[in-house]
Design a binder for this molecule. Structure first.
Ligand code: NBP
Length: 475
């Protein structure tokens, strides 16, 4: 029997869908730890392009050499366990591929460990959820370049298309580069979702709109610069009624958000890299605060909140909010790309930011019109920071008055704005030539003799801050 071009381990929701996607063009063998899952999958999707095995050795033997075996299991320890089980059955030169949301540090470690033993390990971020996995995800591969060339035909046959019909996959760099970009993608997803939630909360509490009315507004946004997959899916989410057919289901969903860790990893990495990734970090905090439901119930009884009293008529607010969301997202992307740049420098990756924007245009959860704007902007200014690209600066400047107005009105009416307000603060600070850190430096020098630089004189200085104390050049 002809052997399969690739094997895949892990038949939960993502594995099943990506296997079906691959099987449209390439023969694929599948295996799942729990054998009944493999059997049920084969029963449902029987095809001569799909080979299922319940014995790991038989599965490995069914894949053509040098083998390519993809893992799509729960990230973390399970991936190491699968690798451990596979290695004795593989031949030197075979490739293990990780399609899951693995931490990029793990990818770097696994690649090194496997290379030392004569095997290839290749990490590829896959975004798009269940539907993307089946019909075309955005793929973020990183690892050995020669291995990439070998995998490329399969990846290009299953991925989504960008706005111009190109493939939503591009080689991103050595070792953990692909999973790093996927991590930042997920962080950006956190920020965008939170800003949308803030819009929803404001329209609900300040303007008293029901979810169906908010869906009408989001539908309008979907025809303009905010056009995106996340707005597209939010419209049916907002309109969905519960079993009674009368009440909105959203109104009955507990307001505690889950998280699997990629947003937190992005935030932690930004602290390590020294990049001010405030929007994504605040989005992680917003989910943390959401999970503190019991405490919020208690505290809400202790403090009076102003009854929202927005002066802006709803029709005007809808326009202003669109600008605020757009500007907030641009700032969040600017921060995300700064993190990518810092990581590239730190790890020796050579990221192409226009390409990264392009492969996010299709298939993935953050796919949106704004990515096409970023793709064009980076295309003309490959290494620039987003905030210095003229087209982005113009878009931001045009949106700024409404951005400031929305954040100001929401904050003065007691609305929590984790991400929109932090995006605005970040923008204001990043565009301030003279900030307030001179004050911090004065305090640091007072209590710890940490010294300071001056704007009027060369050298490193320390002051005795008491009246009449000396100001001394120490270097
Ligand atoms: P899950 O993350 O829920 O993992 C379930 C799979 O892992 C099952 O096939 C399970 O086998 C297998 N597994 C576990 Br758990 N421990 C194992 C072990 N020790 N040895 C072998 N297999 C083990 O599946 P998923 O939601 O399909 O996601 C798969 C990967 O893709 C994850 O890394 C996820 O973060 C990533 N991802 C998910 C999405 C999404 O929308 N869900 C999107 C993008 C990326 P069993 O059947 O025997 O328990």
């Amino acid at each position: 029997m002809e052997k399969s071009s690739i094997g895949l381990i892990g038949l939960a929701v993502m594995g099943q869908n990506i296997a079906r996607n691959i099987s449209r063009n390439h023969k694929i063998s599948v295996y799942n730890r729990t054998a009944s899952v493999t059997e049920d999958f084969l029963k449902e999707y029987e095809s001569n392009m799909l080979v299922g095995e319940t014995d790991l050795k038989a599965f490995v033997d069914s894949v053509a050499s040098p083998r390519k075996i993809a893992i799509m299991v729960k990230a973390g320890k399970p991936v190491d366990m699968v690798i451990e089980g596979l290695l004795p059955l593989l031949d030197k030169g075979d490739t293990i591929l990780d399609f899951g949301n693995s931490n990029y540090h793990d990818v770097i470690r696994r690649e090194k460990e496997l290379a030392d033993k004569g095997f290839n390990f290749f990490g590829c971020g896959v975004s798009g959820g269940e539907e993307g996995a089946l019909n075309g995800p955005s793929m973020m591969p990183g690892g050995n370049k020669a291995v990439w060339e070998d995998l490329r035909p399969i990846f290009e046959s299953i991925c989504a298309e960008d706005f111009d019909g190109g493939k939503c996959v591009t080689y991103l760099g050595e070792n953990g580069a692909g999973l790093y970009v996927k991590m930042v993608h997920n962080g950006i997803e956190y920020g965008v979702m939170q800003m949308m939630a803030e819009a929803y909360e404001t329209l609900t509490h300040a303007y008293g709109l029901n979810p169906g009315e908010i869906a009408d507004i989001f539908e309008k946004y979907q025809t303009g610069k905010l056009q995106s997959y996340l707005f597209e899916i939010s419209i049916p989410i907002l309109r969905k009624k519960d079993e009674s057919g009368k009440d909105f289901l959203l109104d009955k969903i507990l307001d505690k958000a889950g998280q699997k860790g990629t947003g937190r990893w992005t935030a932690l990495d930004s602290l390590d890299q020294g990049v001010a990734l405030s929007v994504i970090t605040e989005a992680v905090f917003a989910r943390t605060v959401s999970s503190m439901k019991d405490k919020r119930e208690v505290f809400s009884k202790l403090y009076d909140k102003p009854k929202p009293n927005f002066e802006t008529p709803l029709e005007d607010f809808i326009v202003e909010l669109e600008d605020a969301l757009y500007a907030g997202m641009l700032v969040s992307y600017a921060q995300g790309f700064l993190l990518l740049k810092s990581a590239a420098e730190d790890k020796g990756w050579d990221f192409d930011y226009a390409e990264i924007s392009r492969i996010w245009e299709g298939g993935c959860i953050i796919r949106a019109k704004i990515l096409s704007t970023l793709h064009t902007a980076f295309g003309k200014n490959p290494q620039a920071d987003l905030l210095e690209i003229p087209e982005i600066a113009k878009d931001l400047s045009d949106s700024l008055p409404n951005f400031r107005k929305v954040v100001g009105e929401c904050m003065s009416n007691g609305m929590p704005l984790f991400c929109l307000s932090s995006a605005l603060t970040s923008f204001e600070a990043m565009t301030n030539a003279r900030g307030s850190a001179n004050f911090i430096q004065g305090q640091r020098d007072f209590f710890g003799a940490h010294t300071f630089l001056r704007t009027d004189k060369e050298g490193v200085w320390h002051a005795d801050w008491h009246e009449g104390g000396a100001i001394t050049k120490v270097k």
